[in-house]
Design a protein around this ligand. Structure first.
Ligand code: URA
Length: 428
C-alpha cells in the first residue's frame, strides 16, 4: 500500500520548528501503530517535539489520533454519572484508595483505570495487590457490573486496546529522554482518559521534587493544556496543582500506604492526605452534579469505609485480612533537636523503590511489604535521637542503597519553616 506521507518530511517539518498539519499527525500516529513508522523515526520526531513544542491545535489533533488508534469505552448506559481522577504521580500518593470509595458513597461511579508503578512513584494497582486476594484484571462486563449496580468504584488495569499508540510511544519516550515534555505528557494522559469515556475528570497535577513538574509555572501549563483537551472532548475537566516537594502522608510503599488509606477511611489519617482526598472528592462530586455533598461527613460516619469494604470484596480481596509486614526494619534518627524544615519527596521515593517497593523495569516483581514510614513532616518539632524514618524491606542487603539516597534528604533547623499548602492552585 502506498503511504500518504513520508515520515522524513514529517520529522523535518517539526525539526525546523513548523507546525504539523492534521494530515501529517493522523498519518504518523496511524503509521506508527501499524509499524510502518519505525521506533527510530518516532524517537527523532518525539525529540523534535520536545525541542520545538506543539501548538494547542497540534496537541488536540495528536491526542485524537492516539484515541483513534484503539477502542473506546462507553459508560453512557450506566445508571450513575461517572467521575474519574488522574494524578501525574508522586511519592506516597495513595489518594485513589480513600477517594474512589468516598465518591462512590454518593452514588457516583468511579472508574479508575490505573497503571503499575515505574521508577520512584508507586502504582495504585501495586498498592492494592498487597491486600490478600485482590486482583486488578477484570473483564469489561465485570467493570460495568461493579460500576452500575455494584459498589460503584473500580480500580483495575487499563485494557491493552485503549490508545495503543500511546502505549508504544510512552515506552519509547521512556528510553529516549522525551518523557518530560508538556505536549507529549498532556496528549498521553488525556488520550487514555478520553478513550475511557468518563463524564468528568479531575486532574491532580503534582509540583515539586517528587513530580515531573518541578515548578509551578510548568505545572500550570501542563494542567491548562490537559483541561482544554478534556473540555474540548466533552469531558468536564478541572485540575488541582498540589505540592509534591515532600511525600504525601507518612508512608511510601505498597502495604504501608494501604494501611494509611484505611486510617483515612476510618476517619483518621494524616492531615495532608485527608485534605487532598476531600478537595478532590469535592471536585468530582461537583462535576457529577452533587455540589452540596459533604464528603467529610462520609469519612466520619463510615459510609466511605463501607464502600471500601464492598469495593475490595468485589475484586476478590479480603478487607479484614492482615496486611503483609516487612521482616526487616531500620530506623533513621534525628541527629539534633529542632524543626524538620525539609523532607525531600524524590529521595524518599527512590529509597522506597530501592527497598523493593518499586520496579526498575516493566514486569519486575515488587515487595508488598517494602517502603518508608515517616514519623515527622516538615514543620514538626523533633528531638535528637527520635526516629524520623523507618525503612521496611524483606531483603536487608537493600538498606545501604536506600540510606545512601536519604543522605541529605532532610534538614533540621532551630526555627519553624513556613510550610506550603497541599493545594497550590485550581485550573478550570
Ligand atoms: N503518565 C502518562 O500516562 N503519560 C505520560 O506521558 C506521563 C505520565
Amino acid at each position: 500500500m502506498s503511504e500518504k506521507y513520508d515520515v522524513v518530511d514529517v520529522i523535518r517539518t517539526k525539526r525546523d520548528g513548523d507546525p504539523l498539519s492534521c494530515g501529517q499527525i493522523d498519518w504518523t500516529i496511524d503509521a506508527y501503530t501499524r509499524g510502518v513508522v519505525g521506533d527510530e523515526q518516532m524517537a527523532a520526531l518525539a525529540m523534535a517535539i520536545f525541542l520545538k513544542g506543539m501548538n494547542r491545535e497540534e496537541i488536540a489533533r495528536w491526542t485524537q489520533a492516539m484515541i483513534n488508534s484503539g477502542e473506546t469505552m462507553d459508560f453512557s448506559s450506566l445508571p450513575r454519572k461517572t467521575a474519574d481522577k488522574h494524578s501525574t504521580g508522586g511519592v506516597g500518593d495513595k489518594i485513589t484508595l480513600p477517594l474512589a470509595p468516598l465518591v462512590a458513597a454518593f452514588d457516583v461511579a468511579v472508574p479508575q483505570l490505573s497503571g503499575r508503578g515505574l521508577g520512584h512513584t508507586g502504582g495504585t494497582l501495586d498498592k492494592l495487590e498487597s491486600i490478600p486476594g485482590w486482583r486488578a484484571d477484570l473483564s469489561n462486563e465485570q467493570i460495568m457490573q461493579i460500576l452500575g449496580t455494584g459498589p460503584g468504584a473500580v480500580v483495575c488495569a487499563a485494557g491493552a486496546g485503549l490508545a495503543p499508540a500511546d502505549k508504544k510511544l510512552y515506552a519509547l519516550r521512556d528510553v529516549t529522554s522525551t518523557v518530560d515534555c508538556i505536549p507529549l505528557i498532556a496528549s498521553s494522559i488525556m488520550s487514555k482518559k478520553i478513550a475511557e469515556g468518563t463524564d468528568s475528570l479531575v486532574l491532580d497535577v503534582k509540583v515539586g521534587s517528587g513530580a515531573f513538574m518541578k515548578d509551578l509555572e510548568a505545572a500550570r501549563e501542563l494542567a491548562s493544556t490537559m483541561v482544554d483537551l478534556g473540555t474540548d472532548a466533552g469531558v468536564r475537566t478541572t485540575a488541582l496543582l498540589t505540592d509534591m516537594s515532600t511525600p504525601l502522608g507518612l508512608t511510601a510503599g505498597n502495604a504501608l500506604e494501604v494501611r494509611e488509606a484505611v486510617e483515612v477511611l476510618a476517619g483518621g489519617g494524616p492531615a495532608d492526605v485527608v485534605e487532598l482526598t476531600l478537595a478532590l472528592a469535592k471536585e468530582m462530586l461537583t462535576a457529577a452534579g452533587y455540589a452540596d455533598a459533604d464528603p467529610q461527613a462520609a469519612l466520619q460516619d463510615g459510609r466511605a469505609m463501607d464502600r471500601w469494604r464492598q469495593m475490595i470484596t468485589a475484586q476478590g480481596g479480603d478487607p479484614d485480612a492482615p496486611l503483609p509486614q516487612a521482616r526487616e526494619t531500620e530506623d533513621v534518627v534525628a541527629p539534633t533537636d529542632g524543626y524538620l524544615t525539609k523532607l525531600d519527596a524524590l529521595a524518599v521515593g527512590v529509597a522506597a523503590w530501592r527497598l523493593g517497593a518499586g520496579r526498575a523495569k516493566k514486569g519486575d516483581p515488587v515487595q508488598a511489604e517494602a517502603g518508608v514510614e515517616m514519623f515527622a513532616k516538615p514543620g514538626n518539632r523533633v528531638r535528637k535521637g527520635q526516629p524520623l524514618l523507618r525503612l521496611h524491606t524483606q531483603t536487608p542487603d537493600r538498606f545501604d542503597r536506600a540510606l545512601e539516597v536519604l543522605d541529605g534528604a532532610f534538614e533540621i533547623a532551630q526555627s519553624a519553616p513556613t510550610t506550603r499548602p497541599v493545594v497550590l492552585d485550581r485550573i478550570c
